[in-house]
Design a protein around this ligand. Structure first.
Ligand SMILES: [Zn+2]
Length: 431
């Protein structure tokens, strides 16, 4: 119901503005866990705030996760998960959010860099949100709504349920993770200790969207060892790894199989990093597809290009390493359709018409689903992630928090609790 969202609105916003000001950028190249110590700053704040809600089993683990339980009256134990870190794509330090109240539809100029402007004409989803309160950056950083919107929504929902003890709801397990943006979000996530029968990540975008399908993903690293000789005396000897790498990149398909030429259900290979010297170079690719066989074809394409290069230049040593990152969660969630359906039903109870669309990306839930904890993804109401043009609607964030409250309530209803019993048995058996 819309009143519920209205009741949650100010709390969601307060929390969101508090959390985005804490720098939690994760670091792809770090060997520590979490990858950056500063992610704990937000973990410590959340730990304190959860205790203030009267939750006494709050835990900030050695790996930086925050876990807590809100006891319930009956039904399955429902996990609620969001990640605390933000992407390296833009700075997450000194985030200065601005709130445009009751937005009138005019251009929103970002005050720290007036060249950065959010325009209704360029943002169809924003254009539909005239009258909303819009949160943006100041134009110099990302906002961090990915995924602090999810964190704020879970916290607001839990705070609401903790304050309204008369509301019957299922037991809730809260899990805030680290390092999702560097693909290591659940490396140390102990599903047994978490103890949920199934879970939801709050890490999606558009209002009403419930995701039960992600890409399947792998990273492919091609290493090229050339032969470096002083350029003054290298005639006939030098084998330049940088040039060999460039040659391989040039042979990638131009009009297909790239992020910039695909959408919908089409996958791609994407060179995202090229580093090295004349002596040795490394090309890093990500490969993505919804279909496992097609993902294998993308990997095969890269292997073939590497083989061709090796055949042309036998003096170079070229190696290919493929690492699976996550799998399309659909194949795991299909066994327990009621988990995602409950997400849709909860949205409906908030007056939102839910819909599904495959995510061209991954979530912590993809890995958790594969490991035996069914975990679809729910919208947060924030948009243009990883960018200085990131923005969120306060009304949509409140609708997301309200959906979480309805979800917790729904699972005590006998009809839904019965539907959960198969899932509970399977989750227990997979441990
Ligand atoms: Zn995210």
């Amino acid at each position: 119901m819309a009143e519920l969202a209205a009741a949650l609105q100010e709390d969601v916003l307060d929390r969101f503005l508090r959390y985005v000001r804490i720098d939690t950028t994760s670091d792809q190249d770090s060997d520590t866990y979490p990858s950056t110590a500063k992610q704990r700053d937000l973990g410590e704040l959340l730990e304190r705030e959860l205790r203030e809600l009267g939750i006494d089993d709050v835990e900030l683990t050695e790996h930086g996760y925050v876990f807590a339980t809100l006891p319930g009256s009956a039904g399955p134990t429902v996990g609620l998960i969001a990640h605390m870190d933000t992407s390296q794509d833009e700075s997450g330090a000194n985030v200065q959010p601005q709130v445009v109240r009751n937005w009138d539809g005019d251009d929103i100029v970002l005050p720290g860099d007036p060249d950065k402007v959010l325009r209704a004409a360029e943002n169809p989803i924003l254009a539909e949100r005239v009258g909303h309160d819009i949160v943006t950056t100041d134009g110099t950083t990302l906002l961090g709504a990915d995924d602090k919107a999810g964190v704020a929504e879970i916290m607001a929902a839990v705070a609401y349920l903790a304050a309204h003890r008369e509301i019957e709801h299922a037991p809730i397990r809260v899990g805030f993770t680290v390092d999702e943006e560097v693909g290591r979000g659940v490396d140390h996530f102990d599903i047994d200790a978490f103890g949920a029968d199934f879970a939801y990540t709050l890490d999606g975008a558009e209002l009403g969207r419930v995701d039960d399908e992600t890409f399947s993903a792998s990273e492919v690293r091609i290493r090229i060892e050339g032969l470096s000789v002083h350029p003054g005396t290298s005639k006939g000897k030098l084998v330049n790894a940088v040039k060999l790498g460039a040659r391989l990149i040039e042979r990638l398909p131009r009009d297909s199989r790239s992020p910039e030429t695909t959408d919908g259900r089409d996958g791609f290979v994407h060179p995202h990093r090229f580093a090295g010297t004349a002596a040795e170079a490394e090309l890093r690719f990500i490969a993505r597809d919804f279909d496992a066989a097609k993902l294998a074809e993308h990997e095969q394409l890269l292997r073939r290009l590497a083989d061709e290069l090796a055949a042309e230049e036998p003096r170079a040593r070229i190696s290919v390493r493929v690492e699976e990152q996550y799998r399309n969660m659909k194949e795991f969630l299909e066994r327990d359709p009621s988990v995602a359906e409950a997400g849709e039903e909860a949205a409906r109870r908030c007056g939102i018409e839910p819909w599904r669309e495959p995510i061209r990306g991954g979530t912590d839930g993809a890995m958790l689903s594969e490991r035996g904890l069914p975990t679809p993804n729910i919208f947060t109401g924030a948009h243009q992630f990883h960018s200085v043009l990131e923005w969120a609607s306060v009304q949509d964030m409140a609708a997301s928090a309200a959906t979480v409250v309805e979800l917790a309530k729904l699972w005590v209803e006998p009809e839904w609790a019965t539907r959960a019993s198969g899932t509970r048995a399977r989750t227990a058996a997979s441990r």
